[in-house]
Structure formats: structure tokens, C-alpha cells
Design a protein around this ligand. Structure first.
Ligand SMILES: NC(=O)c1ccc[n+]([C@@H]2O[C@H](COP(=O)([O-])OP(=O)(O)OC[C@H]3O[C@@H](n4cnc5c(N)ncnc54)[C@H](O)[C@@H]3O)[C@@H](O)[C@H]2O)c1
Ligand SMILES: O=C(O)C(=O)C[C@@H](O)[C@H](O)[C@H](O)COP(=O)(O)O
Ligand SMILES: [Zn+2]
Length: 366
């Protein structure tokens, strides 16, 4: 990929279409993203870790506008209703009108919360995603799922609200801690595991380079995953069908995150462990071969991701959390399973006994 010019991937949704720009120096390239602003009011939402690193670059591009920043504390536990209310208060204090724009500067936590705040203010104003984690670049900034967590579960409140643009400045990855970087790789692997076997095979050959954060490998992985997700979103914006596949590993993963009170596993780590549990369940149901589970486990391990359920979690409690997943219908579990690499499927009416068996095996002490 040419790093001097951004790769542009369009999310094609009629009047709500938008570009995803991926490249270097994009936060400072305000001539590009300012064109996406319609009014004079801007609220930049970020957090206490990212703002000291990158807010200044964005602020230089806001010269002449009425703008303010609103910072949340760092961490998944702060993707909360309480912070949405504070963000809305900040929009009120700014005097934001319906042509105002929210800029989300940070990882997925900031992006989901800022997007949801934008969806709520005056029943919906514009927002721009400026993702600064690998996970946010390859997944959360694209597709318009916004929301917050409740103590009862992940993302239980939210709205579909598409951004006006996604500005993925890969220079920001230079300061991203390794553990967070690896968590982002889980969502890259997920995309390939769902529906792109050649991409999965490419990831296997580039696993060492990706683990070492090789620039070219990272840039290519970002572009390939965003292109894949943009296609799914364009075909099924509000998850009436195919888009649910993007939830591979998430019913298990969200339960693991919630059970750990959003402090034990990062989202991407939960997805990594969750995908492996989904693969094991698929195997148990006779849908997939053991060899595919082995390939998935190996790729996750090579890229430094966890594959085991954290100690001390209760299988029955995890199952109870899974019952509140948004994909379920009328009291039955609806999970994303697979027939093998690149062949994920939506499976309704999964027997809880099978899920429990897989959870018991995964939580049993060695
Ligand atoms: N909306 C969607 O479609 C979607 C998709 C995937 C995940 N998500 C959500 O995204 C969230 C996870 O996102 P995440 O992994 O980005 O976590 P995050 O937002 O918590 O960011 C990870 C950590 O990295 C720090 N950070 C961010 N950018 C940095 C940088 N450039 N340099 C140094 N530190 C930096 C953050 O402060 C934080 O500590 C979860 O809430 C998940 O549910 C949403
Ligand atoms: O974009 C989607 O659709 C996804 O499911 C992407 C997931 O990686 C992401 O974690 C999303 O927030 C999960 O959404 P949810 O609907 O399960 O809350
Ligand atoms: Zn996810």
C-alpha cells in the first residue's frame, strides 16, 4: 500500500454513504475531513489517554469553528449511560444545533459512546470517526453500530447511526500498547474466519510480520478487513441477515467480558476466546472439522492472543449472560457458528445443553 496517499474505501449506503480513509498524517490533514462538516459547532469526544496524544492535531484543523472537547475516563467500564448524559450536556453547553458534528477521537469505547451521543442529540446529528486503535480502525469505526454497556450486558443500548467519514490515521498506532494492538488483530482474524478463506491463508503467512507490527502487513490487513466489512454493511446495514455474521465469537466473548466486569478481558481478547468456543461448538454439532479449529487456534496463538477462558468463571453464569444476546429470538439461542474457515453461518435454536457442555469443558481446571 502507498503510505503517502490514503487508501479510500467507500461504505455505500445511498445518501448516507461515506469514505473510510486509511493512511498516514490524516489527523493533521484537516482540508480533507473538514469538508465533511456541515455546520459551525463541533464537539470532540475523546478520553484522558488519547487526548493528550492527539487532540492538538485535530484542534489545529478546527480553527475558526465553535468547538469544545469532552473527555471520558479510560476503559470499557466508562462506555456508560452516565457518560452519554455528560456528552449531551457538553453539546448543550456548546450550543450545538442540528448541523453540529461530533468527532470521536479514540478507540472503540470512545467511538461507540460518541456515535450514540450524536444519534441522541436532537434526534441525530453528524459524527466523524477518528479511530486511534487497530480495533477501531478495522471494525468499530465502520458500519454505524453505536451504543453503551449496561451492568446486565454489553452494548444492550444503542442505535444504528452511520458516521459522515472515517479518518484512520495509522501514525497513531505508534503509541498503541502491544496488548491493545493484538486485540485489534482478533477482529481482523474474525473477518477472514467468517467469509474470506484466502484472507485467512494470507494472515497465516503474515502472522509473524503482524505480530511484529510490520508496517506494510498492518496497512494491508487494515485495508482488507475494512473492505470486507464495508461490503457486509452495504448489503445489510441494520443486521436483518448477513451482518449478524460479524458477531462470530461475540455471544461467548461478550459474556466473558461482562462476567469479568469489563476489566479481565479486552473486547478483542473476548472475541478471540469466543471464536474458539464457537469453533468447538461447531465441531461438537458436526458442522466443522477439528482441523479448522486447530488452524484458528494456531493463528490466534501466533499473533499473541489468548485462547483460554479466564479462570474462575462459572459456565452456568456465562450461559445466563448469553441468553440476553441481541441475536436471540423467543427464548432460544441464535449463534454464529461455522462450517470451517471462511464459512460462518447463523444457527437458530442451538441447544443450551451443547453450549453448556462446551463451556464446562473450557472452564474445567486442567
Ligand atoms: N461499533 C462496532 O461495530 C464495534 C466493533 C468492535 C468493537 N466495538 C467496541 O469497541 C470497544 C473496544 O475498542 P478498543 O479495542 O479500541 O478499546 P478502547 O477504546 O478501550 O481502546 C483501547 C485502549 O487503547 C488506548 N488508546 C487508544 N488509542 C491509543 C493510541 N493511539 N495510543 C495509545 N493508547 C491508545 C485507549 O485509551 C484504551 O486504553 C468495545 O467497547 C467494543 O464493544 C464496537
Ligand atoms: O459491526 C457489526 O455488526 C459487529 O457485530 C462488529 C462487532 O465486532 C462489534 O463488537 C459490535 O459492537 C458487536 O455488536 P453487537 O450487536 O453484538 O452489540
Ligand atoms: Zn467486536
Amino acid at each position: 500500500m502507498n503510505h503517502d496517499h490514503p487508501a479510500t474505501i467507500d461504505v455505500t449506503l445511498g445518501a448516507r454513504s461515506y469514505p473510510v480513509w486509511i493512511g498516514r498524517g490524516l489527523l493533521a490533514d484537516s482540508a480533507r475531513w473538514r469538508e465533511r462538516l456541515r455546520g459551525r459547532h463541533v464537539l470532540v469526544i475523546s478520553n484522558t489517554t488519547v487526548a493528550p496524544l492527539y487532540l492538538e492535531r485535530v484542534a489545529r484543523g478546527l480553527d475558526g469553528l465553535a468547538w469544545a472537547s469532552f473527555l471520558i475516563e479510560d476503559g470499557e467500564a466508562h462506555k456508560s449511560f452516565a457518560n452519554v448524559e455528560r456528552a449531551l450536556a457538553a453539546l448543550a453547553a456548546l450550543g450545538a444545533t442540528r448541523d453540529a458534528c461530533v468527532i470521536a477521537l479514540g478507540g472503540g469505547v470512545v467511538g461507540d459512546l460518541a456515535g450514540f451521543s450524536a444519534a441522541c442529540w436532537m434526534r441525530g446529528i453528524d459524527f466523524i470517526q477518528m479511530p486511534t486503535t487497530l480495533l477501531a480502525m478495522v471494525d468499530s469505526s465502520v458500519g454505524g453500530k453505536t451504543g453503551v454497556n449496561l451492568p446486565a450486558g454489553k452494548n444492550l443500548v444503542g442505535a444504528f447511526h452511520q458516521p459522515r467519514a472515517v479518518v484512520a490515521d495509522i501514525d497513531t498506532l505508534a503509541t498503541l500498547p502491544d496488548r491493545e494492538y493484538r486485540a485489534g488483530l482478533a477482529e481482523v482474524i474474525k473477518g477472514a474466519a467468517i467469509g474470506d478463506e484466502p484472507f485467512f491463508a494470507w494472515l497465516e503467512t503474515r502472522a509473524g510480520a503482524l505480530a511484529a507490527r510490520d508496517d506494510d502487513a498492518v496497512a494491508e490487513a487494515i485495508a482488507r478487513k475494512v473492505r470486507y466489512k464495508a461490503g457486509v454493511v452495504a448489503r445489510d446495514e441494520t443486521e436483518q441477515g448477513e451482518r449478524a455474521l460479524l458477531n462470530l465469537g461475540h455471544t461467548f466473548g461478550h459474556a466473558l467480558e461482562t462476567a469479568g466486569r469489563y476489566t479481565t478481558l479486552l473486547h478483542g481478547e473476548g472475541v478471540a476466546v469466543g471464536m474458539l468456543l464457537a469453533a468447538r461448538l461447531s465441531e461438537r454439532l458436526g458442522m466443522s472439522a477439528a482441523a479448522d479449529t486447530v488452524r484458528l487456534r494456531r493463528l490466534l496463538e501466533t499473533t499473541g492472543l489468548p485462547t483460554a477462558v479466564p479462570a474462575g468463571l462459572d459456565p452456568e453464569h456465562l450461559l445466563a449472560l448469553m441468553r440476553l444476546d441481541k441475536k436471540n429470538t423467543a427464548g432460544t439461542l441464535r449463534l454464529i457458528l461455522w462450517r470451517g474457515i471462511g464459512q460462518a453461518e447463523i444457527v437458530a435454536g442451538v441447544d443450551e445443553a451443547d453450549v453448556l457442555a462446551v463451556l464446562r469443558e473450557a472452564t474445567a481446571s486442567p
